[in-house]
Design a protein around this ligand. Structure first.
Ligand SMILES: C[S@@+](CC[C@H](N)C(=O)[O-])C[C@H]1O[C@@H](n2cnc3c(N)ncnc32)[C@H](O)[C@@H]1O
Length: 343
């Protein structure tokens, strides 16, 4: 057989494979190279535009990234193209994902998992997590956000349906869909407004939320695990005097579950310091206090009591806690984290 004939045959097989590949129902348009783009419900330009608005570094090499609810995998493959080591998760095995992965000779690792099963113990942790278009499909959105937070080291990009067009209010509200009220689909459960999405995300353990995109029915946020205003030097005035478990009032510190709350007792904070002005950091992760004020215990007179949940995803063992207020950073105070309850 001549070389030309072999080439023709290979081209024929490749063309047949490509037409097979391009047929079928695609959610994402994915560029498979050589001008072959899958005919997704979402066009390539739209998906590329969405990705560009995540405001990610061009070069993601050395970064580990998790894409939860990947479907056909556009965002996983795009992040991989930028150099990230990518793990993709969905609660079923999307056939097209595997076709695209093969066509792209991609190394994205796939796990068939429910988002509630996404844990550090199972997958490790990730610099960046994508949680795009999944939240409103979930019966337990706050629990899912806690799992997202547990595996996020740096930030998560969270995209969701929102109801700001239906309830134009700055109050945090969420609409419940008992049947198929949202889009005629049986698997849509909750529609938060952007304020509610932001608060749920912080409440799940993220330090701060940046709004990347706000539209009447969709929003994209970047949820950061670190504060962006940590002072470089320790103040002589602000001192953590003691840390107790805020629930059990003892020195046992579970890293998760219903007893995973700290009571920090600090000297040197002004009595007028407000909850939203005081920053807490634990094991490198920022977290919001849920109470800042005087202690009811006369033994702690003159100290400020700061109650704060333990942020998800910390290692067991020695962990440093510090606080700051208006540029005044405390000492590091060491506590010993032990295993806690699941819930
Ligand atoms: C609207 S699609 C979004 C796909 C993709 N992330 C995007 O933004 O284009 C929702 C995806 O989330 C997945 N999903 C829904 N519930 C899930 C769950 N409990 N755990 C993991 N993935 C889930 C669906 O299978 C689907 O692939």
């Amino acid at each position: 057989m001549s070389i030309e004939k072999i080439r023709e045959d290979i081209d024929g097989i490749a063309a047949a494979q490509h037409s097979e590949l391009l047929s079928g129902a695609w959610w994402h348009s994915i560029d498979l190279g050589e001008g072959h783009v899958t005919a997704g419900v979402h066009k390539l330009e739209e998906l590329c535009d969405n990705y560009s608005r995540f405001d990610l570094p061009q070069d993601l090499s050395g970064r580990r990234l998790l894409d939860i609810g990947c479907w056909d995998g556009f965002y996983s493959f795009e992040a991989e193209k930028h150099g990230a080591e990518v793990v993709a998760v969905d609660c079923w095995r999307p056939e097209n994902f595997f076709k695209a992965r093969e066509a792209l000779r991609s190394k994205v690792e796939f796990h068939d998992l429910n988002v509630y099963e996404v844990t550090r113990a199972r997958l490790g942790s990730f610099d960046i997590v994508f949680f795009l278009g999944v939240l409103y499909h979930l019966r337990h959105p706050l629990l899912a956000l806690e799992q997202v937070c547990e595996v996020t080291r740096d930030f998560a990009v969270i995209e969701s349906h929102v109801i700001d067009n239906v309830f134009p209010t700055e109050h945090p509200v969420m609409e419940y869909y008992e049947f198929d009220e949202l889009g005629g689909q049986y698997d849509n459960w909750w529609g938060p407004n952007l304020e509610c999405l932001t608060r749920l995300t912080r409440s799940a353990g993220f330090a701060r939320v940046e709004i990347l995109r706000r539209e009447p029915t969709r929003a994209t946020i970047k949820a950061h695990r670190r504060w962006d205003d940590k002072p470089e030097t320790v103040s002589a005035d602000v001192r953590i005097r003691d840390v107790l478990n805020a629930v059990t009032i003892d020195y046992r510190f579970p890293r998760r579950g219903r007893h995973a709350f700290l009571m920090i007792l600090a000297a040197g904070l002004p009595p007028q310091a407000r909850r939203w002005e005081v920053r807490v950091e634990m094991g490198g992760f920022g977290i919001h206090p849920i109470y800042v004020g005087p202690s009811g215990n006369p033994q702690h007179a003159g100290l400020t009591q700061i109650n704060v949940p333990v942020p998800p995803g910390l290692d067991l063992g020695k962990t440093n806690v510090c606080v700051w207020h208006e540029g005044e950073l405390s000492n590091d105070f060491e506590i010993d984290l032990v295993e806690g309850s699941q819930w």
